[in-house]
Ligand binder design. Sequence first.
Ligand code: BES
Ligand code: MN
Ligand code: ZN
Length: 483
Amino acid sequence: MDIEFVAAGQALSPKSALARIVHEGAALEGVLAQAAAASRFTGAKGQTLDVLAPAGLDAARLVLVGVGKADAADALAIEHAAASAYSAVKASGLATLRLELPDAGADLAARAALGVRLASYRFDKYRTKEPAEKKPSIVKTEVVAADSAASLKAFEPLAALADAISFTRDLVSEPPNVLYPAEYAQRVKRLESLGLEVEIIGEAEMMKLGMGSLLAVGQGSVRDSQLVVIKWNGAADKAAQPIAFVGKGVCFDTGGISLKPADNMEDMKWDMGGSAAVVGLMHVLAGRKAKVNAVGILGLVENMPDGNAYRPGDVLTSMSGQTIEVINTDAEGRLVLADAVWYCQDRFKPKFLVDLATLTGAIIIALGHDLAGCYANNEELAGNLIAASQTEGEPLWRMPLPAAYDKNLDSMIADMKNTGGRPGGSITAAMFIQRFIKGTPWAHLDIAATAWRKPSTIPTSPDGATGYGVRLLNRMVAEKYEG
Ligand code: BES
Ligand code: MN
Ligand code: ZN
């Protein structure tokens, strides 16, 4: 999508759709007032009104998009309205979208452009037979802005964000035969062109490090497991203590010997969504040259059943030295994270650590699809995450870590079991990871419900991979940890 910021009077090309974002109750002129009255269009948030071939207008089509009352229509609402405007005309056959906003200031113009960029994401590389008339036709968006140079400047970091989110969505959308751990690691390696440092740690080295927990999960796969370390050193002091992000990267989760049922198993290609969000975050930090030192760690494995697979009953020794009795091989994400978070703390001694994982079905039952679960041992970190999640429209809900539940993880023969039973399944999963946190401020985001949406209810997120987490983490870093 080509984005331009143009002056209000600039002539429209004939193949343009014009979209006007309006406040609720705003006065509309002549025929538009009539059209609005005849269709109950008031400008309320989420409403659209399509006016085809309006007389006296240069555009081929006009769409009115409601953004709600002026005092409540914040930047996120403008972004969503711009995304809805794009979606309303994307398959019209027209090539250009001209967007008019209620306020032509640079910041809102840039946010509107971000909305269109995110809404126009598409993963179509494997579709060879789609007829041209079914493909989106809008290739250019012109956002009307008072100061186009200032708008372009304001859009720069947001364009970096959109690029990063697209990269994350691509990773999550790729099929599991294409994106296995080594291929995934190579794609991340190529991000060194952005200025990131990427280190790939293979099975032999993980063995030496004692990562018996992570390695057990990948043991039944013909694909080698990989640990990827991504570094961005953007702070003035390159040696300053980093902040750290760790992601679950299960490229495919069959459940292993505790095999999952066939229905919807194909969804388990996106069981690497936590790691992909970490990649996206590192991508945007580099893309906008963030003044911070950050480390991203990805635990990449494939959970398969075969003759060499790990079994229920196995006892694993993690890098921390703690032993784990495997009760269910489908509770594999926490086994990957156990070694990845330990390694992260051991090597980098970070200021804080946030892990992201599509960890449990139980969080979907608890919170539904609109919210991700946030567990934390530190109030400041939790507060920063939740505040950022609200401004960015990636809502988080704080979940408890009740000390009394910890004993559900106790094992008869090892230091712990890898499952704590069905009640509070997302909580005990978080508490399992907590056993591998040693004095570091830590938060765990269970994004099983939000990494993939079908159908999506968010205008900026087409059905499929959402890229959930990239925006909220980027916002938190920008507001609290830079400079
Ligand atoms: N990857 C799944 C969690 C998941 C389920 C993500 C559905 C997205 C949608 C995870 O590895 C898993 O299988 N968890 C089990 C844990 C159980 C065996 C303790 C679960 O949630 O059922
Ligand atoms: Mn599983
Ligand atoms: Zn999983």
